[in-house]
Design a protein around this ligand. Structure first.
Ligand code: FMN
Length: 349
């Protein structure tokens, strides 16, 4: 009897909820949002929703490269919030612990207070604030795909990753408390001949490095500076430590710890953030610390938008190494995206 009552009650409850227009929050399952250039309606897990309710605003393509649109409804569907600071002409977008600040007509955006360079600046078009969806979604660690044929942007996040986390906000490089050594990701398996070595000041590159190491069962080693970078050291709008190092050809920031047995690795994935179009100088310290002759080095990086660029300067400090072409990722690149690249390299690991 109790069972029958419970079933009747749950049916009544779901009817009331659906009448009230309450649907399960997108964060409870996989989330897929599609947006099309010129179309005022987006789809959220297949259901039509107006992008700019009551106004009919459509996404626009700027410089044939970046989609701008009014993002409030999209960000709210993602589970985030949007606030507007009138005086500063700035939109403040929040998702979990991540905060993006975007200012009209400025190509500099801030993700968690770190300046990022945009390909296309936010703009006022027909009185609506139009913001770059790829930058926003990738910064919030959603995947973004562009279909040129249908002029459609698809923003996705898998269920387990959809809920904003309440973990403490990422800080600059954690203090090096102990000597860092390369650690196998799985102690039970055979010794790996592949090492993923990375430097990451704000943890974006770390995410990609972990995807690679986990995806191929490689050892992983974090290049930790002896003197950690503070937020002020990374404030690239000022005369900060990172800027000074990038402008100084002889800068070689010291590394805390060593790779225990570099001899045993024949392939090294080398990860870093792009700083002013290049690898941070600590990567040069790393490359000058070991003998890489006969080894294959595969660079990868994360950046706000800059490509990986030339690695010639790095190649010049390693003698006899075999450098492969590198790959740039956005900070929130998914394991699938990263592993697609790794698998495409056809390495014999
Ligand atoms: C000093 C400094 C310079 C930067 N220069 C660039 C740049 O030239 N182009 C770019 O797209 N992003 C630039 N960025 C943004 C970083 O490349 C981006 O946030 C990266 O994902 C950070 O990776 P991490 O979290 O692993 O440190 C810069 C960041 C800093 C701190």
């Amino acid at each position: 009897m109790k069972k029958i009552l419970a079933v009747i009650l749950s049916v009544i409850l779901s009817v009331i909820l659906s009448l009230a227009g309450i649907t399960a929050c997108a964060a409870d399952g996989d989330l897929t949002i599609t947006l099309q250039i010129g179309n005022p309606v987006m789809t959220v897990n297949g259901a039509d929703r107006e992008i700019d309710p009551g106004r009919g605003t459509v996404p626009v393509l700027v410089n044939d490269a970046r989609t701008l649109l009014p993002v409030r409804a999209v960000v709210e569907e993602m589970g985030g919030t949007v606030e507007w600071e009138d005086a500063a002409n700035t939109a403040v977008l929040t998702y979990g612990n991540d905060v993006i600040r975007l200012t009209i007509d400025s190509a500099t955006a801030y993700l968690n207070d770190v300046a990022q360079t945009l390909d296309v600046a936010p703009a006022l078009i027909n009185d609506r604030t139009m913001l770059p969806i790829r930058f926003i979604a990738e910064s919030f660690k959603f995947d973004v795909e562009w279909d040129d044929e249908t002029q459609t942007v698809t923003v996705t996040k898998a269920a387990e990753a959809a809920e904003p986390t309440a973990t403490p906000a990422p800080t600059a490089t954690p203090a090096a408390t102990a000597e860092q050594t390369a650690a196998p990701t799985d102690n039970d398996r055979q010794e790996s001949k592949t090492l993923v070595a990375y430097f990451s000041a704000t943890n974006n590159t770390e995410g990609v490095a972990k995807h690679i190491a986990e995806g191929i069962g490689a050892d992983i080693y974090e290049i930790l500076p002896e003197v950690p970078y503070t937020d002020a050291d990374l404030d690239y709008n000022s005369d900060c430590r990172a800027n000074r190092e990038q402008n100084d050809d002889s800068a070689r920031p010291a590394i805390s710890g060593t790779v225990e047995n570099m001899d045993r690795y024949d392939t090294i994935f080398l990860g870093y953030p792009i700083w002013w179009g290049n690898a941070p100088k600590i990567i040069f310290t790393f490359l000058e610390s070991y003998d890489f002759s006969g080894k294959t080095i595969i660079p990868f990086c994360t950046s706000g938008s800059s490509p990986i660029g030339s690695t010639t300067a790095m190649q010049n400090v390693t003698q006899g190494a075999n450098w492969l072409d590198g790959q740039r990722f956005s900070g929130g690149a998914s394991s699938d995206t990263v592993m697609d690249w790794v698998n495409g390299l056809d390495l014999e690991l």
